[in-house]
Design a protein. Structure first.
Lengths: 323, 281, 556
């Protein structure tokens, strides 16, 4: 259900980000080229390169021409050059993106799925001991910042009982392939994902549970019971299916936010995703990469939101066939 | 929408727990200078000391007393938490209520901008800004507030819209009440509960962000923060010092966030009668 | 096949069903009628053990005692041998599944068919109920109310239940859909036992052969549909039928005074009952078989207030009243219709004791009336044709109304005055000093007749004999007086013996009509029957000659 309204929204969001990216370096005192590329980078540049860059970015021209120049460089896919990694910024960023996606994807799937199941069971047995303890337990978990949980897991399972690796996504220089590679990836993935899941399962759980409580009061639950259906069928097929709607919606929204939400955990585990990249770039004052990350992340978030909008109608037939 | 806050709190143990912890943290924050035996910034030659009588939680890598840092850290978290939440809530309330009341083009344009901001990932923006500008504590507070009010504005606008349709508003309008009068006498008081919930959750978000940013090393290095303590401790995690250096700030942070969460959850339950008679404990 | 013994259902705060005894045999159909809140839905749900409250008593289904079954066993029965089509509200059907899937579900659950077979069977059911194939994969919100109701019924029928329970099957439908669904249900009820819960009497009449009336958690009357509807024996049933608009009633709608209140001791209906006595306040009446009908009433149902047996009067050789047998029940209007000279007034006088009968007896509540003393006149009063004559021109309005109290020496002067004022209020006359001191010649015709009625009411009688009370009034006044009398009947439970020559008026005011000619009652029965299907020739003649406003419009 693509709507013009949403498109306008995304365009405005992009515009704000682009403007921010544009304005920040140019508002800094001193040489704008230095602000764009960073001090260290500038030192390494030849005067000829500097002159060319000044021209490309129209840095000696009025504002609007600079903005136009900025936009046109973006369209050519040129996000600048990272002196730190010695490669075009876009390349660096895209290289790290898959690891973040792996982290986000795994976390979202498991925490949403787990949260839904726990939420359905909890909502069904509302106010029972099981429900109350789950509720309390998951809320307590949710109170821990994800990086703290990550650190605890790291120290516990990584340092003290060295079951899991301390950093990275794969064992460097190992030359694994095939199944061994997959296992290695999973091995490295385990702790960070666990930390994230523990943090995020609470939200899906709570939402599902609360929706279940409302759904269970609906008339069609009595109808289902009158048909002599088993508890399992009623719980999942009837109540659960209806309780899904808000959670799935929320998960869709989360997809976009999680990209940056995993940032802290990546840093704790030195997991080579976008978050860790941001951190490194920050330390190194590698401005092109930083700006590039913001841009790519924003684009990604917008795409994710767009996909969610599209899939909205699939889930709820009332929206699909609204008279 | 008649809500008795006292009743809600009385009924839910979790809320009582939350308030107790929060009060504890507030007390620590207020009286930190009195409670701490040392200045948190004072470096001594005794680094990595395990807990002892003179240093209850030992010392860090530059010989600073960890307990004193812990106590002062409370100040930062709570100061940032409350200030950001306050500013953000004021902004949310103003913008949310005004767009609902005034409507028209102002409403449409503002809401488009608000929606756009909700989509944008805040943390990356802050990191980017921090790369260029050295954020002092107050700049951080300002930044977090400016980037944090949008979500609340949506909620408050929705609530204000439904309040606007209520009978007592039209009645007042028929007596010739101005928009200002309506806002302050009718709408804002009814918005009170929602604003309170927004405020509470705002505190939670802000405390988390502050700790996270300090953990990243972005925040002002002269300010003592639990996040900063954890980051420094992490650097030395291979030494066996983490139990008394890493855990205390982490637990303190978690407890504070948890207490605010419990309070917020109870208040939310009070607002939504369908979830009535819910008890975490 | 289904037997309920002393079923009691209560929630934490309230007792909803207070001892229900019912029986439904194989192939029988029963309608349960009651006002909202009486407990119909609770009863329907408790038959399936779907209530969340405290359930006591016994429910026997084909020999199985349902309340002692395990939940698993009960679940096996639900949607299988006992099925419920619930009331259709918003979201009674699950919004996220197609109707075909939802109808196939009980088949899948209880029969060992695979998915395809179940859906086939569901298709068949939906088609039988008139849903076109193209709608099978529709979602509930895409269907109209009538279609949704059919789906609910199809779901209930999926496994050929032996007992089908319907909760308000047509109340959410408009008239055309309603008629169709009722036809459908009639066809379905052929092969099974049916219980229908509804507040709508006409639906019940079309769907079931037996009827039970439920009031405040108890069954108050139970019997065959036709019999109960044409001659209700319980005051509540009669009140219910009287308040029901339908194309064939003539008598204006009357309500039942008061509202249902659950926290009542003794008979649950007694605060609203016009014939309640001491015991009604104290003990709950059991449902008992009385003269072929099950009634829960300490007085055995509607009491016969006054009856005559072979009442005869000769004036010399003239036979004025010839062997008249009539009965007037509590809170009922019997219209005595006949031309002038038929003996109507004489009969009234005989009953009042203003003339002595040659033969025959008068009974007041089953005890023979020999001498009419104060007690009798306390209970039976009369108003006459010509108010100008029946009111003494020497007394003021207040004195006139107070006179019966003065004669019977009831209460103090102040009490009598205030009682007089009270009845004057009841007949909607002003209480001003100016009015009270007016003399009859200063009053209009309508006011005089009202004063006469007030005077008759001041002793709180149970039967009012009105001899052509509106004969001297024009039609607008007549309408008001008639309404007043009906109101008094509703509020006080007043019985009326209404004497008139005009069968059209009788139609508007009476429950039963007795047609009198030449001193004899030629036909008597429910007003509806007498007017629409009169048997006796004379009755027919009267009916045809009656005033009618319908006439042909001549084309220009």
């Amino acid at each position: 259900m693509f709507s013009i309204r949403n498109l306008a929204l995304y365009l405005i969001a992009m515009f704000i980000i682009l403007t921010l990216n544009f304005l920040l370096p140019r508002m800094m005192p001193g040489d704008p080229l230095m602000a764009i590329y960073g001090e260290e980078a500038l030192v390494q540049m030849t005067p000829a390169l500097k002159a060319e860059l000044v021209e490309r970015f129209a840095l000696d021209q009025p504002w609007w021409q600079q903005f136009a120049a900025y936009l046109s460089t973006l369209f050519t896919g040129d996000l600048g050059y990272s002196y730190y990694y010695n490669a075009p910024a876009l390349e660096v960023i895209l290289g790290r993106l898959p690891w973040t996606l792996l982290l986000v994807g795994t976390t979202l799937i498991i925490s949403t799925f787990g949260g839904i199941i726990l939420g359905i069971e909890s909502g069904w047995r509302r106010s029972s001991l099981q429900d109350k303890s789950l509720l309390t337990g998951l809320m307590v978990l949710g109170g821990f910042p994800d990086f703290f949980l990550g650190i605890l897991l790291l120290i516990g399972f990584g340092v003290t009982w060295a079951i899991f690796p301390l950093a990275g996504a794969i064992t460097p220089y190992s030359g694994f392939t095939g199944a061994a590679l997959v296992l290695d990836v999973l091995h490295h993935l385990f702790l960070p994902v666990t930390a994230l899941i523990l943090c995020h399962v609470g939200a899906s759980y709570l939402l599902t549970r609360n929706t279940m409580v409302t759904v269970l009061k609906e008339p069609y639950m009595l109808t289902a019971r009158a048909k002599g259906l088993s508890n399992l069928v009623m719980r999942y097929r009837h109540a659960g299916r209806n309780a899904l709607l808000p959670v799935i919606t929320r998960t869709g929204i989360q997809l976009g936010r999680m990209i940056t939400g995993v940032l802290f955990v990546e840093i704790v585990f030195a997991y080579p995703g976008l978050g860790y990249l941001t951190y490194e770039a920050l330390l190194a004052r590698d401005y092109p990469v930083l700006q590039g990350v913001l841009l790519i992340v924003a684009v990604f978030v917008l795409i994710a939101n767009f996909l969610v909008d599209l899939s909205y109608s699939k889930i709820d037939p009332r929206i699909r066939y609204a008279h | 929408m008649h809500i008795n806050l006292r009743e809600e709190v009385k009924q839910h143990n979790s809320a009582k727990f939350g308030i107790a912890i929060l009060l504890l943290m507030l007390t620590i924050a207020l009286f930190a200078p009195l409670l701490a035996s040392y200045s948190p910034n004072m470096q001594t030659p005794f680094a990595f000391e395990p807990p002892s009588f003179s240093h209850w939680l030992g010392t860090n890598h530059v010989g600073q007393d960890i307990l004193s840092q812990l106590l002062y850290g409370a100040r930062t978290s709570l100061l940032v938490g409350f200030s950001v939440a306050l500013l953000a809530t004021i902004l949310s309330a103003t913008i949310g209520a005004s767009t609902a009341l005034i409507g028209g083009l102002y409403d449409r344009i503002t809401m488009r901008i608000v929606d756009a901001f909700i989509i944008i990932p805040i943390i990356v923006i802050i990191i980017l800004v921090a790369a260029y500008v050295k954020p002092s504590l107050w700049v951080l507070i300002l930044l977090l507030s400016l980037l944090g009010w949008q979500g609340g504005a949506r909620i408050i606008r929705a609530q204000a819209l439904s309040l606007k349709e209520m009978g007592h508003i039209s009645a007042a309008q028929s007596f010739g009440a101005s928009n200002v009068y309506l806002t302050f006498r009718h709408i804002l008081p009814d918005l009170g509960p929602i604003l309170l919930v927004e405020f509470i959750y705002g505190i939670r978000r802000a405390i988390f962000m502050e700790a996270g940013l300090a953990f990243l090393g972005i925040a002002d290095p002269t300010t003592i923060s639990w996040g900063m303590m954890m980051r420094e401790a992490l650097d030395f995690c291979y030494l066996d010092v983490w139990q008394w250096w890493l855990l205390p700030p982490g637990i303190a942070l978690s407890l504070t966030i948890l207490s605010v969460t419990f309070i917020g959850h109870t208040l939310e339950g009070a607002l939504d009668p369908r979830l009535e008679s819910e008890a975490i404990a | 096949m289904l037997k309920l013994e002393n079923l009691k259902v209560s929630y934490a705060w309230e007792e909803i069903l207070n001892g229900i005894d019912l029986e439904v045999k194989d192939g029988e159909s029963l309608a349960i009628i009651g006002e909202s809140g009486a407990g119909k839905t609770t009863l329907a749900l408790s038959l399936m053990r779907l209530v969340n409250g405290n359930v006591k008593g016994k429910i026997f289904f084909n020999g199985l005692e349902l309340l002692s079954l395990s939940e698993e066993a009960m679940r096996g029965l639900r949607g299988n041998q006992i099925a419920l089509a619930p009331q259709n509200a918003n979201n009674t059907l699950n919004p996220v599944y197609t109707i075909l899937d939802q109808v196939a579900e009980p088949v899948l659950e209880h029969q060992s068919k695979n998915r395809r077979e179940a859906r086939e069977q569901a298709s068949g059911l939906l088609s039988d109920l008139g849903i076109p194939k193209s709608r099978f994969s529709a979602y509930p919100h895409q269907l109209s109310g009538g279609e949704q109701q059919r789906v609910l019924i199809a779901m209930a029928l999926a496994n050929q239940p032996k007992l089908l329970i319907l909760d308000e099957p047509v109340s959410s439908l408009d008239a055309p859909a309603r008629a169709e669904v009722i036809e459908l249900l009639k066809a379905i009820s052929q092969d099974r036992s049916l219980i229908v819960m509804t507040h709508d009497i006409s639906t019940a009449a079309k769907l079931a052969d037996n009827i039970a009336i439920i009031y405040s958690g108890r069954i108050v009357e139970l019997g065959l549909m036709g019999e109960v509807l044409s001659r209700p024996r319980h005051p509540y049933t009669r009140g219910l039928i009287r308040s029901y608009p339908d194309m064939s009633t003539g008598k204006d709608l009357q309500g039942i005074k008061g509202v249902m209140n659950r926290s009542v001791s003794g008979c649950p209906f007694h605060p609203r009952c016009t014939q309640a006595i001491e015991i009604c306040r104290e003990k709950i009446p059991p449902l008992m078989l009385i003269q072929g009908r099950y009634i829960a009433c300490h007085r055995g149902g509607i009491i016969p207030l006054l009856s005559t047996k072979n009442l005869t009067k000769h004036f010399g050789s003239l036979l004025a009243v010839d062997s008249v047998n009539i009965t007037i029940e509590g809170a009922e209007t019997l219209a005595l219709v006949g031309e002038s000279g038929s003996g109507k007034t004489t009969l009234a006088k005989l009953i009042m004791g203003l003339a002595k009968p040659t033969e025959g007896e008068v009974y007041l509540e089953d005890s023979r009336v020999n001498n009419r003393g104060k007690d009798f006149y306390h209970q039976v009063q009369m108003i006459f044709q010509n108010p100008g004559e029946s009111l003494s021109h020497r007394l003021s309005a207040l004195e006139l109304v107070r006179e019966p109290l003065d004669i019977q020496e009831i209460g103090t002067k102040e009490e009598r005055n205030s009682k007089a004022r009270q009845v004057l209020r009841e007949v909607e006359l002003p209480e001003t000093e100016a009015f009270l001191s007016k003399y009859p010649h200063q009053l209009s015709g309508g006011e005089m007749q009202r004063v006469a009625i007030a005077r008759a009411l001041v002793l709180d009688p149970r039967l009012l004999i009105a001899d052509e009370p509106t004969a001297f009034l024009d039609s607008s006044l007549q309408a008001k007086i008639l309404k007043l009398l009906l109101n008094l009947q509703e509020q006080r439970g007043l019985s009326l013996l209404f004497i008139t020559h005009d069968i059209a008026v009788a139609r508007k005011i009476s429950d039963r009509i007795a047609v009198m000619k030449d001193g004899r009652i030629v036909e008597q029965g429910p007003a509806k029957s007498i007017i629409t299907t009169p048997v006796h020739a004379y009755a027919r003649k009267l009916s045809q000659a009656a005033s009618s406003l319908s006439f042909e419009v001549k084309e220009p």
